[in-house]
Design a protein around this ligand. Structure first.
Ligand SMILES: Cc1cc2nc3c(=O)[nH]c(=O)nc-3n(C[C@H](O)[C@H](O)[C@H](O)COP(=O)(O)OP(=O)(O)OC[C@H]3O[C@@H](n4cnc5c(N)ncnc54)[C@H](O)[C@@H]3O)c2cc1C
Length: 471
């Protein structure tokens, strides 16, 4: 019997990879891409999988870098995006950078040539109709307005954001807890808390004034003209607050009230930077209220002047961008289906991952999950010990949701990083001899080895038949 096609809306990094994974599994695909009939504010061509900005897929180091591990897993899974990136690589040291035109043309040509792929150059302006059956929506950070509004109507107004407001995230084990301490403001326990839910970094007056001056002077990224300036009170970049006056931050996110320095209880801090647990594993903490347009290098330099964060390693740096994305931890199930309408699966940056490689990898998973279902197999997510599984687990539930002041949601886009992986034991022989940075590198190597072994095992077992239901 002929297989019904799976429809995919959006032929970017995620949609193209999802289409390839379906087609190479033997499932026909109709890929709907609006470029060719209308554009977006950032894309310049009609090619599938166009890279809208940098031409880098970041580090290709699969031993000590989480995005390098993601590359390696994608290659193991037969990724079209990685195959074309490797074929169109340009010299870039340890990074995988590509000739953008050659890369996008190769992805387009491979999909156009595949007998199971049809490409429809058209905008999908409503939620996919029921007769399409299983559909993957991969319309990206610049999803066309009418479809975005239709998704918003389905998910609820608060569930689809049009801008992100990203505060930096720090690896907990790089915070100096000899200077910082755990405490919630006024020791409030609240629902689900302990009274010690925040990491607090104290500043004296001199440190605070130097910090405010550094924020004001720091080099910033400008908004693109078409992005507008999405500032609203309650979500101002930290440097814009600093520009409003030297006392603003001390009365805002850096207020010292209700906090007592556990290391020095008799001296009141002049200002306090608070970090809140970001993932269920407790390995990542976000800097509360520190969304910023400071350039990345500047963020690292200025934020490392905060007492306790001198040696901080950042899992994610801050930013504010035009970005359409779902509150996925509450909306999506473990295989990226919309809980309220399981025939719709989401993929790519609209799910709240961040970056070309991450978007393509979520497309890869969505394509494989949809193929498994279409072929009557179980859709099994990769284990959380793999780079793909760790990213998926974060998007679909690992992020620790908190209600911000004013009822704002806390989920913000995430790139892949080792903080998302469950902790690993460094083999005794290796770990015993190592200290400091060397030990951290050994941990990264152990996580990478485990990820690649577990990913290969997942691929091997993925096509296992559905378990027979018990009588
Ligand atoms: C301006 C900008 C710069 C970025 N720079 C970088 C960077 O340098 N490095 C990095 O790693 N990441 C970057 N990103 C983030 C992100 O990783 C990329 O946007 C990535 O392309 C996301 O992949 P995607 O497949 O989810 O979306 P996209 O690649 O954007 O693909 C979505 C596709 O859906 C199509 N589409 C949208 N709506 C509809 C509709 N209603 N009907 C039919 N088709 C539709 C679009 O035309 C597009 O082709 C950037 C994002 C933006 C917006």
């Amino acid at each position: 019997m002929a297989q019904d096609p799976i429809h995919i809306v959006g032929g970017g990094l995620a949609g193209s990879e999802a289409a390839w994974q379906l087609a190479t599994s033997g499932v026909p695909v109709v890929l709907h891409e609006m470029r060719g009939t209308r554009g977006t504010d950032a894309h310049k061509t009609d090619a599938l999988a166009e890279l809208v900005c940098s031409n880098s897929f970041r580090s290709d180091d699969a031993e000590t870098n989480a995005v390098g591990v993601l590359h390696a897993e994608m290659r193991l899974a037969g990724s079209l995006i990685m195959r074309c990136a490797d074929a169109h690589q340009v010299p870039a040291g340890g990074a995988l950078a590509v000739d953008r035109d050659g890369f996008a043309e190769a992805v387009t040509a491979a999909l156009e040539a595949h007998p199971l792929v049809s490409i429809a150059r058209e905008e999908v302006a409503t939620l996919p109709p029921a007769e399409w059956g299983q559909t993957i929506v991969a319309t990206g950070p610049l999803t066309a307005e009418t479809l975005a509004e239709a998704i918003r109507a389905e998910t609820g107004a608060e569930a689809l954001a049009f801008f992100d407001a990203i505060a930096p995230i720090v690896h907990f084990d790089t915070i100096d807890m000899g200077k910082a301490w755990f405490q919630s403001r006024y020791d409030k326990v609240g629902p689900g808390g302990t009274g010690k839910d925040y990491v607090n970094c104290p500043m004296d007056r001199e440190q605070y004034e130097a910090f405010v001056a550094a924020l004001v002077a720091g080099d910033k990224t400008e908004f693109r003209e078409w992005e507008g300036t999405p500032y609203f009170d309650g979500c101002l970049p930290i440097e814009v607050m600093a520009e409003r006056g030297p006392e603003t931050l001390r009365h805002g996110p850096m207020k010292p009230m209700g906090l007592t320095n556990a290391h020095n209880p008799t001296v009141k801090a002049y200002a306090v930077v608070q970090l809140r647990q970001d993932n269920a594993l407790g390995t990542l903490y976000n800097m509360v209220g520190f969304q910023t347009k400071l350039k990345y290098a500047e963020q690292v330099r200025v934020f490392r002047t905060i007492p306790g964060l001198e040696n901080a390693e950042f899992a994610r740096l801050g930013g504010l961008h035009r970005n359409t994305y779902l509150n996925s931890p509450t909306l999506l199930d473990g295989t990226l289906r919309l809980k309220s309408r399981p025939s719709l699966r989401f993929a790519g940056q609209i799910t709240g991952c961040e970056g070309y490689v991450e978007s393509a990898s979520v497309g890869l998973m969505a394509g494989r999950f949809a193929a498994a279902e279409a072929l009557g197999n179980a859709a099994i997510p990769p284990p959380a010990t793999t780079a793909m599984g760790a990213l998926l687990a974060h998007i679909t539930g690992g992020h620790l949701a908190t209600e911000e002041e004013g009822g704002k949601r806390s989920f913000q886009p995430m790139n892949v990083n080792f903080g998302l992986f469950p902790p690993v034991e460094v083999p005794r022989e290796e770990g015993k001899r190592l200290r400091g940075k060397e030990k951290t590198m050994a941990k990264k190597r152990a996580m990478s080895r485990r990820a690649l072994a577990d990913f290969s095992a997942w691929l091997a077992g993925e096509r296992a038949p559905l378990p027979i239901a018990a009588e």
